[in-house]
Write a protein that binds this ligand. Structure first.
Ligand code: URA
Length: 436
């Protein structure tokens, strides 16, 4: 087989076979196929597309390019959750303990944040001593005994995707639906869960800005999951403004704790209930979503979801007292408000801008090597659809550096648009894709 012939075949509009895709992925991972040939192939796929079968073959080849995590030593159905990412997305921090408290085991690999969206691992490190650098044996033991463990994505997980994603990033070939879906799903399949719940975000702060693209991605990923024999559901959720009220690592942890105590923001709580109810159904603990929702409400009301978070934090070396006393979490030295310049309705809150303000304050990573400040961020007091009076507080900035505070303050002020007309907010849950 020659890579040249495969590029020509795809360029001429033909479908590649499983053997051809396996050859290409394994050759590229081993360094036998050069970047320039793979770039040409990615561009050919970008223009010609891939059919359902090819997309599955590519996903499986990338998933199998490294270690496939074996979770079979853990009893029960293991359910994973993945979000396509957004601003203020602290969902895993509240959702994992809620679901685990209901008896579904969560074995999760997460990442760090890069750019203006945060990563679960960084957020968890707000708990003093918490580490995701645990061995696979410890990871499996914690999942079995406590019901949750979260570890950093190992280098051996889907290495083909890692290499290919970096190549796509610099060759303008990221935004192809089959390539995105196979990239995300290859990592999920390699992580070993039996069932997968996907949170596909859409809106100004999401990867998929347009709803039709979010639907297309959701369908493609559900199809891959089902074809690979994993029960997969995708919830399409709104990311036209930040999720919940907190943006920034420790601030988001605090909001997740509030949510586990039943006093979380409404949009965030609803999203957790929706994703969680599907996880309980797919994990075999609830007969339907309604029953799942009731179970989730119960573990919040009786404190067992919060206790589960404390158990999980302790098992990974973190200070569990911070779960019960969130005032012990890292705190910024400067807290400053921004005020509404006029009376009116908040009709826009540019999501990416809020994320960038958190980044400016030091809460995000500009490069992989940046050290982040866990205490800084933004606390939103008004969101889209709220009425404000001139001089009312729109948001608080939490900072440790005056110059950064001034820059972020100016930017956050302009992220808000206040108009004269009442504006309805989008529902946080847009749709659910179960079957394709
Ligand atoms: N996220 C991924 O993991 N892969 C893509 O291709 C795009 C987003």
């Amino acid at each position: 087989m020659r890579m040249y012939d495969l590029i020509m075949k795809k360029r001429n509009g033909k479908a590649l076979s499983k053997e051809e895709i396996d050859y290409m992925v394994s050759g590229y991972t081993k360094g036998e196929i050069p970047d320039y040939q793979m770039s040409a192939m990615m561009m050919a796929i970008y223009f010609v597309g891939m059919n359902e079968e090819e997309t599955l073959f590519l996903t499986m080849a990338m998933a199998e390019s490294g270690d496939m995590l074996d979770l079979s030593s853990i009893s029960g159905i293991k359910v994973d959750k993945h979000s396509t990412g957004g601003v203020g997305d602290k969902t895993s921090l509240a959702l994992a303990p809620m679901v685990a408290a209901c008896g579904v085991k969560i074995a999760k690999m997460s990442g760090r944040g890069l750019g203006h969206t945060g990563g679960t691992i960084d957020k968890l490190e707000s708990f003093k001593g918490f580490s995701t650098e645990i061995s696979i044996q410890q990871f499996l033991k914690n999942v079995d005994e406590i019901g949750i463990a979260i570890m950093g994505q190992t280098k051996e997980l889907a290495p083909a995707d890692k290499k290919l994603y970096a190549l796509r990033d610099v060759t303008a070939t990221v935004d192809n639906m089959s390539l995105i879906a196979s990239s995300i799903m290859s990592k999920k399949l390699a992580a070993g869960a039996d069932a997968i719940v996907l949170d596909v975000k859409t809106g100004s702060g999401a990867f998929m800005k347009r709803q039709e693209d979010a639907y297309a991605l959701a369908k493609e990923m559900v199809r891959i999951g089902q074809n690979a024999g994993r029960n997969t559901v995708a919830v399409i959720s709104d990311m036209d403004q930040p999720l919940g009220n907190a943006v920034g690592n420790a601030l988001e942890v605090k909001e997740a704790i509030d949510t586990l105590q039943g006093k979380g923001a409404e949009d965030f709580t609803r999203l957790c209930y929706t994703l969680g109810s599907y996880m309980l159904v797919m994990g075999g603990k609830a007969e339907n979503e309604e029953q799942g929702r009731k179970m989730l409400k119960k573990v919040i009301a009786d404190g067992s979801a919060l206790n589960k978070l404390a158990q999980f934090v302790k098992a990974q070396g973190g200070e569990e007292s911070m779960v019960y006393h969130p005032e012990l979490l890292p705190k910024a030295s400067l807290i400053e408000p921004i005020y509404a310049p006029r009376d009116g309705w908040v009709d826009k809150l540019v999501c990416d801008e809020v994320g960038i303000c958190s980044l400016i304050l030091g809460g995000g990573r500009e490069t992989k090597e940046s050290v982040i400040d866990l205490s800084v961020g933004i606390e939103l007091k008004k969101k889209i659809g709220n009425y404000v009076k001139k001089g009312e507080v729109l948001a608080y900035l939490h900072a440790n550096d005056r110059a950064k505070l001034a820059a972020a303050k100016e930017r956050l002020f302009h992220a808000y648009q206040i108009g004269g007309e009442e504006r309805k907010t989008n529902s946080i849950i847009i749709d659910v894709v179960k079957q394709v």
